[in-house]
Design a binder for this molecule. Structure first.
Ligand SMILES: Nc1nc2c(ncn2[C@@H]2O[C@H](COP(=O)(O)OP(=O)(O)OP(=O)(O)O)[C@@H](O)[C@H]2O)c(=O)[nH]1
Ligand SMILES: [Mg+2]
Length: 255
């Protein structure tokens, strides 16, 4: 396995926020080499797509790692946007996504990508590599700034996910994940959730296929302008987790 990355930034009406983060991200990953960045506009409408396209065209003149904007004709949800981007991986060894708001900084994205270099060297003999899920762990040595309300709801959701699915995950929802493409190819036909619980669906399918996942504590800073509506989306996500559990039971009984 070499170290080519296809990093998707899923965007729903993000032209107001991405202008700060995207140049930093391109700079950070360009220094690493081997990373292509693809912004996917998740059916945000014609005006928004035009604004995003302008921002990206401007940046592409100075950042060769940035691909042209992919525009989805209708809104698929965050997972749908990530998977649409990953479908254009161009043979990359790793698939990744990061949220557009810069909550996870460009430096943190680069740090996690660099971690895979060590792992590839270590795992070359076994030809087998772990996925990396960033995790917002409030712990000594890390800086996680989140509103108390969001932190609390996040902890409740994570605990439910871990209990309902019997998977000891700390934070399934963090907006930075890196997956070996080979592992993704094996499970992609099984994935059915395109909304905010898609990370849980992805995690379950990866683990069931035998792919190991490491959770990596990162620095995280909540940004203004978040679009997740806490009560409504938490309910939808809980419903999706029950659906994932039912599908998993069915999948295991037929495979
Ligand atoms: N709300 C929403 N976001 C989407 C959609 N498709 C892609 N996204 C992207 O999903 C990412 C996460 O959304 P955010 O608005 O940052 O979510 P948030 O409210 O800040 O929640 P956290 O980041 O988890 O604290 C962003 O990059 C969005 O642009 C969609 O259909 N709806
Ligand atoms: Mg956010």
């Amino acid at each position: 396995m070499n170290n080519q990355f296809h990093l998707v930034v899923p965007c729903f009406r993000e032209s107001g926020r991405i202008g700060g983060f995207l140049p930093e991200l391109c700079l950070a990953v360009q220094n690493l080499g081997g990373v292509r960045v693809q912004v996917v506009d998740d059916g945000s409408g014609a005006d928004e797509a035009q604004r995003m396209g302008d921002i990206i065209d401007r940046l592409r003149s100075s950042h060769s790692c940035l691909l042209s904007l992919k525009v989805l004709s209708k809104n698929l949800g965050k997972g749908g946007a990530v998977y649409a981007g990953w479908a254009e991986h161009g043979g990359a060894d790793w698939l990744a996504f990061v949220d557009a708001d810069g909550s996870c900084s460009a430096a943190e994205v680069a740090r996690l990508i660099s971690m895979t270099h060590d792992r590839v060297t270590r795992d070359r003999m076994s030809n087998d590599t772990n996925a990396l899920f960033a995790s917002r762990v409030k712990m000594l040595g890390r800086r996680v700034e989140r509103l108390f309300k969001r932190h609390l709801l996040g902890r409740i959701y994570a605990t439910l996910v871990s209990e309902i699915l019997d998977i000891p995950v700390y934070d399934s929802q963090c907006g930075l994940k890196i997956i070996p493409r080979r592992a993704y190819e094996q499970i992609k036909d099984r994935l059915s959730i395109h909304g905010f619980a898609f990370d849980v669906d992805l995690m379950v399918a990866l683990l069931d296929s035998g792919c190991r996942i490491d959770e990596v504590p990162i620095d995280w800073k909540e940004m203004q302008g978040g679009t997740v509506r806490l009560m409504r989306d938490s309910w939808l996500m809980a419903r999706d987790v029950m659906h994932i559990r039912a599908c998993r039971t069915k999948f295991k009984s037929t495979n």
